[in-house]
Design a protein around this ligand. Structure first.
Ligand code: ATR
Length: 284
């Protein structure tokens, strides 16, 4: 029986998940079809109920359903429960289990693509939306020593920091008052949409990377374009950098590993995603 999976969101036509997940299933010789499941909010309960069909292996969940889906599932993994958001559904013994691989995917990208171990480190997060939230929780979980959050709308940063402090009292969590001072961090992460294609902010910097300390890793979670203004400016200033594509791939890899019980073919997934983005693909 061909197993089916899909990405549940609205809209989902632009999603890269079907491209690199299908490439992963094909490379592993697993008979499965990964589909676009565009789901307007009013039909979410129906869509989640349809995951109980015998040919379904699982699903990904994206905007705007990552929080709304919680109440429709049978079970949540502990990290998904703490973050309060789900991006992956796994069918386990007929039960729909919610997982969050966004933040853990970010941490795995830090480790495997940038060689950066977050344990004991001081990290600045710029942005306080859904993406920043998953990343902040995963960094706290990984034993970061200090997390500072700056956001254009200050109240959202304050709220996120209050939640982090309540769940991770051992981590020094604080709001960061100004982007004028960026020293004292081992990594600075853009968690906003500034720089993303189609937002009108492609030529803006979410922060000035040359204001960070010289060894500070500058990370952008934006992956389209693959080389954002921030990454270009950071490289010009001699900072080590990490782009958004590895995070996207590793969140998918962690989902793939849950669905199949097998290691994800990271290189295959990366190549497929880069090809779809129109980025240069290195030869095998
Ligand atoms: P996501 O789930 O992708 O994080 P979100 O929850 O809408 O999406 O959050 C978007 C983030 O990008 C927020 O931190 C937002 O700042 P505000 O809370 O002040 O809106 C930030 N953001 C978006 N556009 C921005 C801009 N032009 N300048 C600075 N920050 C911006």
């Amino acid at each position: 029986m061909t197993r089916r999976l899909g990405i549940i969101g609205h809209p989902v036509a632009h999603s890269l998940s079907p491209v690199f997940q299908q490439a992963a299933f094909d490379a592993c010789g697993i008979e499965a079809r990964y589909e676009h499941w565009d789901t307007p909010p009013e039909t979410l309960p129906e869509r989640i109920a349809s995951l109980r069909a015998p040919d379904i292996l699982g699903a990904n969940i994206t905007i705007p359903h990552k929080v709304a889906v919680l109440s429709l599932l049978d079970e949540l993994e502990p990290f998904a429960l703490r973050v309060g958001a789900v991006n992956t559904v796994v069918v386990r013994n007929g039960r729909l289990v919610g997982a969050n691989t966004d933040g853990p995917g970010f941490v795995r990208a830090l480790r495997e693509s940038a060689g950066f171990e977050p344990t004991g480190r001081q990290i600045l997060l710029v942005g306080a939306g859904g993406a920043a939230r998953g990343i902040a929780f995963a960094l706290a979980e990984s034993g970061a020593a200090r997390l500072a959050v700056w956001n254009r709308t200050g109240a959202r940063a304050t709220e996120l920091v209050a939640e982090l402090r309540a769940v991770y009292p051992e981590v020094r969590c604080e709001t960061h008052s100004s982007l004028v001072s960026l020293s004292g961090f081992d990594a600075a992460v853009n968690c906003t949409s500034v720089g993303m294609e189609g937002t009108g902010t492609e030529h803006q910097l979410p922060f000035e990377p040359s204001d960070t300390d010289s060894g500070c890793l500058v990370v952008d979670i934006v992956y389209k374009p693959e080389e954002t203004m921030l990454l270009r400016a950071a490289r010009a200033a001699g900072r080590p950098t990490l782009g958004g594509l590895p995070m996207l791939i590793f969140q998918g890899a962690l989902a793939f590993e849950r669905w199949t019980g097998r290691d994800a073919p990271i290189e295959v997934m990366m190549r497929a995603a880069r090809q779809a983005l129109g980025s240069p693909v290195p030869p095998c």
